[in-house]
Design a binder for this molecule. Structure first.
Ligand code: DX5
Ligand code: ZN
Length: 232
């Protein structure tokens, strides 16, 4: 059993958004062999974000071939309507956006996901302050801090979001912090130093000529920065 104050583990979560969609099973096997800790799956509804990706059928198909946890990022307006479908499909962690909180009963949704045995997270767009999560921090397993505006891969990392991690801790959040968007060799250390422990990376992993080397490099950069931050 891990010590309650042990630092959260470094997790590298490749985002399938940057994968070859004609060969998804091969892409999953490739990043798992390369050392991925979680698979990050970006669900977009064409409404919360101006883009469409895939739904529960694809998540269920991926569940059949994946051996690592499925980290499902719902960029959708109505997670109340679709949460059960994604849990049925095999999501291990289900994250939805605080910007849709007005559309339903957030504590009820958090409770429903956990009652079904999955972990639950909420996400912040770059222009949403950490304080928006204040009512929920004690019920969350993870907070996903967006370091680009949700909707597309390959965007430039926004360092202005980094102070949100400390702000979440000040609010009493004790769970895992994930960062998503523009994470790669030049940005991951800053994210780790700020207190992030889960690193979502699309382009940086799938675009690398050697994915194993890239994941090892990202993990090394994150570990070194986190260790430096802990002793600073
Ligand atoms: C953006 C998605 C991200 C995206 C990250 O809306 O939530 O997960 O795949 O892609 P990169 O790592 O290329 O910025
Ligand atoms: Zn994402």
């Amino acid at each position: 059993m891990s010590h309650p104050n042990a630092p959260a583990p470094i997790r590298i979560a490749p985002s399938l958004l940057a994968a070859d969609f004609a060969h998804l099973a091969d892409e999953v096997a490739s990043v798992e062999a390369a050392g991925a800790d979680w698979l990050h799956l970006d669900v977009m509804d064409g409404h919360f974000v101006p883009n469409l990706t895939f739904g529960p059928f694809v998540v269920a198909a991926l569940k059949k071939v994946a051996t690592v946890p499925l980290d499902v990022h719902l960029m959708i307006t109505d997670p109340w309507r679709y949460a059960d479908a994604f849990l049925d499909a095999g999501a291990d962690l289900l994250t939805f956006h605080v910007e849709v909180a007005k559309n339903g009963d957030v504590p009820a949704l958090l409770g429903r996901v956990r009652a079904r045995g999955a972990r639950v997270g909420m996400s912040l767009q770059p222009d949403t302050p950490a304080e928006a999560l204040a009512p929920y921090v004690r019920e969350l397993d993870l907070v996903l801090v967006m370091s680009v505006f949700a909707g597309f891969g390959g965007q430039k990392f926004m360092p202005s979001v980094l102070p949100k991690v400390a702000a979440l801790r000040r609010l009493g959040f004790r769970g895992e912090v994930s960062m998503d968007g523009g994470i790669g060799g030049t940005t991951i250390a800053d994210a780790a130093r700020a207190g992030t422990n889960v690193f979502v990376a699309g382009t940086a992993v799938f675009g690398a000529p050697d994915r194993h080397a890239r994941i090892a490099e990202l993990r090394q950069l994150a570990s070194a920065a986190a260790a430096g931050a802990a002793t600073a």
